[in-house]
Ligand binder design. Structure first.
Ligand code: PLP
Length: 309
């Protein structure tokens, strides 16, 4: 079956499984000036940048792993706004061949390696106070851009109105939780299902803090597979076939895991017949180069995924 060409940023996915369950599936991909800013990234950073500019800060300081989509997005967003950026990277040493870190540096981000032990303190108030004293001119953005400001940006996204009427469900990958909270706030009449890709037991409490009034969200667990950042041959195959069938690139850490989980939920008959489902493509395609660099993705598979359909 062929997937229809995109109407604006929406693309209808056509598949026998969907027909069999009498469902419509619409994928939403926001257009962006840079690949690293695609998906949820620009939205989560929008009000952090506004706040930094308002408070006349020199720039943003944030955290991430060595292949972090959020670091890559922060670097380019700050560059575009003409402000500085600092990335605290969870690593023993900065690998100058790592494509994500190369992108960050090329976009002007100052990279600072921090140990795993120190990284674990990233949400502790005493540690954050010290960090702020060390970098008084920078607005500290939590990991993944998930905060009240991040939620405010995502909440501006209406994923309920698809080109074929309202959806009853919105599905997206969930890491640090800000996207799920923002979607719940911004789409109050729609059920928002976040597919957990990290297995973080503290996540539901964090999400509740960001959207205390919302009850239209659910964190779907059990689809993390081998754990955060890991994937098996079956999931990779799902992403490759999805690309070939629909000309849409998914990566196996976030969007591929979430879409594969959605297909499994559909196959289990979780969605009532006649439902319309929106899927938020949250970006993260910059991470594919890192997977290839680490030998987790072959050159041939990388090319299938990144070559425009
Ligand atoms: C590609 C991608 N999808 C989904 C997410 C999850 O978003 P959140 O961390 O807001 O839950 C992230 C992390 O920011 C991501 O990089």
């Amino acid at each position: 079956m062929i997937t229809k060409k995109p109407a604006n940023n929406w693309q209808q996915i056509q598949d026998a499984l969907l027909d069999q369950h009498q469902l419509q599936l619409w994928l939403f991909q926001p257009g962006q000036s840079s690949a690293a800013l695609s998906g949820n990234k620009a939205l989560k950073l929008k009000y952090h940048i506004a706040q930094a500019l308002h408070c006349k800060k020199a720039g943003l300081l944030t955290f991430g792993g060595a292949f972090s989509n959020h670091l890559a997005a922060t670097a380019i967003a700050c560059q575009q706004q003409g402000i500085a950026s600092i990335g605290l990277v969870r690593t023993d040493r900065l690998d100058t061949h790592n494509p994500t870190l190369q992108h960050c540096q090329a976009s002007g981000m100052q990279l600072v390696p921090i140990s795993r032990a120190e990284y674990r303190m990233r949400n502790e108030s005493d540690w954050l106070k010290q960090l702020q004293q060390h970098y008084p001119d920078f607005l500290i953005v939590p990991e993944g851009g998930s905060s009240k400001l991040g939620v405010q940006g995502v909440a501006e996204l209406d994923l309920t109105k698809t080109p074929h009427g309202n959806s009853q469900y919105i599905v997206a990958a969930t890491g640090s939780g800000g996207t799920l909270a923002g979607l719940a706030v911004g789409n109050p009449d729609t059920q928002v299902l976040g597919i957990d890709v990290v297995n973080d037991l503290s996540l539901p409490d964090k999400i509740r803090q960001w959207c205390p009034q919302a009850s239209n969200w659910q964190l779907i667990t059990g689809y993390t597979g081998k754990g955060y950042g890991r994937f098996d041959a079956e999931l990779l195959q799902f992403c490759l076939e999805f690309k070939q069938r629909h000309q849409i690139t998914l990566e196996p850490i976030y969007t591929g895991k979430a879409m594969s989980a959605l297909y499994q939920l559909i196959a289990q008959g979780v969605f009532p017949k006649g439902s319309n489902i929106s899927f938020f493509h949250t970006g993260g395609l910059q991470g594919l180069a890192g997977l290839r660099y680490r030998g987790l993705l072959s050159e041939a598979d990388y090319q299938v995924l990144v070559t425009p359909g």
